[in-house]
Every structure is written in C-alpha cells, then in structure tokens.
Design a protein around this ligand. Structure first.
Ligand SMILES: [Zn+2]
Length: 247
C-alpha cells in the first residue's frame, strides 16, 4: 500500500473559527505530533442558509482576525524550523452571493481556496465570474490554489462531466478527494475519474476534519487514488503547493 509513502497531508481542516472543535494552535500541535507534511485550515465562509446553522466567517472583522491568527501560526512554524507547512485557506459556500464574496475576500490573503456545493452548470458560470473578478484585481501577483471540495458526480449528467472537467482544466482548479464523502468517489464513477486522470486535473486530499482526533483520516481517499491511478494527479497538486511556498 502507498499509504505509508504518500505525503502525509490534509488540505481540508476546520478550526473553531467556524464549526471545528479546536483552535488553530491545537491543530498545529497535533499535526506536529503526527509528523504531517502539509495542513490547510479551511474554515467556512458563507452568507447563505448555512451561516444561520453553523458558525462561519461572515464579516470583514472575523476574516481579519482569522488571517492574523494564521499568519502568526505560519511564523511560529518558521521559527520552529519545522517541516510542517501550514496553508492559509478558506472554504467558500457557492450559495453565498457574489457581492458578499467579492467584498469580503481578498485572494492575496490565502494560499488555498476551496469551493463547496458546485451542483449545477449555472454555478460553474458563477464561479468563473468570481475567479475572473479576482484575476482582474489590480496588484494581484498570483491567485491562491483554487479547488472544488467534495464534489458529488451524480449531480451532473454524464455528458456534463466534460463541461466540469473542461472548466477545471481551463481555470487551473484542483479536484478534492474528501474522506468524509467517500460515496462521491465510489466505483460507479469510474468513467469520470478516468477523465480526471487523462486530463491530468490536479487532485488534493482532505478529510474535512472538525476535531484533531481525525486530523489524518484519509485511508479511503488514498485507496481511491491508488485504485483510480491518480498518484500523478496528486503529485501535480503537490508540485503547485511546493512552488507556491518557494516564493
Ligand atoms: Zn469543509
């Protein structure tokens, strides 16, 4: 099994800035004990129905405090001379309004941005518009890593899978394998993952952890990556992570 050899990482973690149980510092300490390579804190950002149900980052002030904390934690790891790399991330609910996203999120503050609930072709257009808006921002050198979180292939007709993959390819987005949603990568979607492989769409791994007790629970994800022969796609993603952190 490749489980032991693969980069020990989780690119989808919630802290108590949204609905996670632990502080960012508690997550870092746990990741250091586990000798992990990369962790991304990706707390919820939303102004949809979701923001009435769970705690989310839904104001400029809360986002400033979040970013300040993540910056301090990155400094802490640098001073520690640790191999662990912390990515400053956020998980954007695509049912939020475009106005809310554009006003509150500055892409330069983040290393990685996940988009959840991509469930229709209309939402692809919505997301294209957001990314285009960011690309046209003055003074922005580089966009963060952008990707689709826990996508459910059954929400698209089979023929429309090509539309999605074309979008991921042309906008340079990655595709996330999420341990908490293993039904989304069951073997019935074999055709879809063959396209992901052939088009060399980068893939990330995560488990949507809300508690440090499952900070590195990605067994099913790693099995799926192996079964669908997607190791090169994961390598491609890691390559972009490494190059983002060189600068
Ligand atoms: Zn999540």
């Amino acid at each position: 099994m490749i489980y032991r050899e693969i980069s020990k990482s989780n690119f989808h973690i919630h802290s108590n800035f949204s609905d996670g149980k632990n502080s960012v510092m508690e997550i870092i300490r746990a990741a250091l004990i586990l000798r992990m390579d990369y962790i991304a804190i990706t707390d919820h950002f939303s102004n949809s129905w979701k923001s009435n149900i769970i705690q989310t980052l839904n104001s400029k002030d809360s986002i400033i405090e979040y970013i300040d904390t993540l910056n301090l934690c990155q400094e802490y790891l640098t001073n520690l001379n640790s191999n662990l790399v912390l990515l400053k991330g956020i998980e954007v609910d695509l049912y939020s309004t475009d106005d809310f996203i554009e006003k509150n999120l500055s892409p330069e503050n983040f290393d990685i941005v996940l988009f959840e609930y991509l469930e229709s072709k209309e939402e692809i257009t919505f997301l294209e518009n957001i990314i285009d808006f960011w690309r046209n921002m003055e003074g922005l050198n580089q966009l963060p890593l952008l990707g689709i979180a826990h996508f459910d292939p059954s929400v698209f007709f089979k023929d429309d899978h090509d539309v999605l993959i074309e979008f991921l390819e042309s906008y340079g987005l990655f595709y996330e394998f999420n341990e908490s949603y293993s039904k989304f990568f069951s073997s019935k979607y074999d055709d879809f993952f063959e396209k992901i492989r052939n088009k060399r769409i980068p893939i990330s791994i995560g488990c949507d952890s809300h508690d440090i007790r499952n900070l590195y629970s990605v067994e099913k994800v790693i099995d799926a990556i192996e079964n669908y022969d997607l190791i090169k796609n994961y390598d491609k993603f890691l390559e972009s992570v490494r190059s983002a952190f060189k600068s």
